[in-house]
Write a protein that binds this ligand. Structure first.
Ligand code: URA
Length: 201
């Protein structure tokens, strides 16, 4: 399922409706897949007929999309975590140097128990994600409570991110071949945000 959805996202001729739908579906697959990473509590539940055992997540989640592409991952993750705290981190990268800078951060209150899911569909150099982790750590998070969720990553982005943030969890649907000279992922899918939001700058 992941490969068919990524193929739709890669295809330059995919219309925006189908592109958004595939992004939402791939986000849903990742939200289900990463479920096993997070601690559960057991509980009793009363059905109309009997009392039985059940499970729930032990701690409420915090969802933090990296603006703006990460916004595409918010609806699928909110569907499974409707009570999650939600924060936003805005980074932009200098087009020449590809070095990211922070332009916005707004985080909800959290404790060191809350799993924090950092949402960014594309990990190119890994710089924006590493900067976002620093913002979370400055706000009191510890690395092992953070998981980065992504559709496509470059091998060099993963290597750099894991070097900078060794204890952060990583859930990636596809590792691609590499980066071009403008630090775009190859073969990739182009600019995720432009294609999802229908902009072209
Ligand atoms: N972000 C994108 O949207 N695409 C890339 O190829 C790299 C970063």
């Amino acid at each position: 399922m992941k490969k068919t959805l990524i193929t739709i996202l890669r295809n330059r001729n995919t219309p925006i409706e189908q592109y958004r739908q595939a992004a939402d579906q791939l986000g849903t697959v990742l939200a289900v897949e990463c479920d096993s990473l997070f601690p559960k509590a057991t509980l009793f539940v009363d059905t109309p007929l009997a009392r039985t055992h059940g499970v729930c997540f032990k701690h409420e989640f915090v969802l933090v999309p990296i603006l703006r592409s990460g916004l595409a991952l918010l609806p699928p993750f909110m569907r499974f975590h409707p009570g999650a705290g939600i924060g936003f981190i805005g980074t932009r990268r200098d087009e020449k140097t590809a070095i990211p800078e922070l332009y916005y951060a707004n985080l909800p209150p959290f404790t060191q128990d809350n799993p924090i899911l950092l949402l960014d569909p594309m990990i190119a150099t890994g710089g924006s994600a590493a900067l976002a982790v620093k913002v979370l750590k400055d706000a009191g998070a510890v690395e092992k409570q953070i998981t980065l969720i992504s559709f496509i990553a470059s091998p060099e982005g993963i290597t750099r991110f894991q070097k900078d943030c060794p204890e952060v969890g990583l859930v990636v649907a596809q590792v691609d071949e590499g980066l071009d000279e403008q630090k775009r992922i190859l073969p990739g899918l182009g600019d995720f945000g432009d294609r999802y939001f229908g902009t072209n700058d």
